[in-house]
Design a protein around this ligand. Sequence first.
Ligand code: ADP
Ligand code: MG
Length: 567
Amino acid sequence: MARGTGDKVVVPAGHAPTGQPVFVITDKEKTSGRDARHMNILAARAVVDSVKSTLGPLGMDKMLIDPLGNITVTNDGAVILREMSIEHPSAKMVIDGAKTQEDVAGDGTTSVVVLVGALLDAAEKLMDAGVHPTVLVSGYKMAAERAQQVLDSLARRVERTNDATLREIAKTAMMGKGPEVYADTLAEMCVRAVKGVEDNGAVDVKENIKLIKRVGLRSENTELINGIVIDKERSHPSMPRRVKNAKIALLNKGIEAKKPQTKAKMKIESAEQLAEFMQEDVRVVEEQVKRFAELGVNVVMTEMGIDDIGNSLLSKYGIFAVERLLSDDLKRISRAVGARIVSTASDLKPEDLGEAGLVEEVGKAGFLADKYIYIHDAKNTKAVTIVIHAGSENVADEVERALEDALKVVACAVEDQTVVAGGAAPEMEMALRLRQYANTLKGREQLAVQAYAEALEAIPKALAENSGLDVIDTLVALRSAHEGGRTTAGIDVFSGDIIDMWEANVIEPLRVKRQMISTATEIVCMILRLDEILASERREPSIAEKHWPKSYEMAKRRGMKGNIPGT
Ligand code: ADP
Ligand code: MG
């Protein structure tokens, strides 16, 4: 975006900004210049303050209460930001940035926000001293570019086969987030899950790794299923409960006798006629079931229903069936077991069938919600499920959030194969080298690069503060360790000592840090470039505007507004 300062954000109050400036229709309130900038920074800072104290393994928790009174206790910055209801456009930009970080790198959301806050604070000081925002923006960009180079120089390679390091990466991301006693088990599971779905060096966590929560059993029962778990039960209890060497057919219709047309009347006058009619019904279903048997199918899963006749015939042939699956689940199963989804049995060809080592129904009888279908050892194991067991829903949620972060960072490490030490080591090293770089620059940009360096130190500061350490002492010690060439020196949050984070196995993917720099810089520059806020009066959108936005826009431009119904 080659834009200078002076961009105007015009936000119809109450409407989300799209990132790009929206143009105003009626401006009722207008704030410009320094005031606008100050207000933007103030609003962004409110977001920063709400998550800063959660940074690091010893960060504090926040209690979130939604409008329905549900309570979540978490120290996951991403969750807090997601739940906050924010109105101010620049505060929303910060939240969008955290979301980008989460999407791209899976971790480092709190760090991004803390860095944004520090960069804005530093910028404000310089602006008060008369530095123009344009200069700041270009200086920050130079600093960010150099910081990325520093990060690259710090990166180490980790092979995909290096499970031990991958486990440490998972543990670093989960630090302080889940039940720590099981951290080793959970980390091991993350690595197995990610490697189970890795495909030519790429990992699609969202698509291929599913997390399911079950409340009741203890956390150590949390298990990794090579395959899929679905929240369903067999369509009839007289079917087999376990099927080994499953041959699986997937249908996007059901197995049902044809229903008579709604309005059609049928006159059945004798018992024979009734029997005949019934037999015809049975015959249609039986043909389908026989086709399954012919192909050696022993598991059938359908998107629509299976009726009584279907159930009794399937049971008779010893076929395990599940009905009314969500179409997304059906697709997931199809990928995992290598089956093609067809509409009816008559369309089925041998090559459409999928395979799995074992399909079974598990769970307590009598509790519908407690039954699950497990598909183990699917032919194509590009899908795995982690079943999280926990004593309560809150704990299950906590473990889920910890696992989500850990899975994503392990996936990043497997994809990129580059990592850096954590514990604020990279931030301090970047700060040090940016200061050296600033000395080689002339003019006001030098000030901006120095300010960037100072802002990076907000991360070790917050880490120290949240761990109950003396902030100044810790920072001074950390700085001098880096000046002495210890590039991986970081903060041991438990003892307060400055230690080698690499040796302490606090390891993070390079991508998390690179993305932190680029997202934070982008957002800060965007906020600094705004010098006007024009808020139009809040109003409800008309029916036409809401439902046919394009036609509404067009009509409005042609001055036909009064003629559109609903305006
Ligand atoms: P974010 O949302 O930014 O990931 P976290 O609360 O997860 O925030 O904290 C991440 C920070 O904590 C990183 O800088 C990471 O290196 C650091 N960290 C994680 N584990 C440790 C540890 N055992 N010792 C010191 N620092 C740690
Ligand atoms: Mg984290």
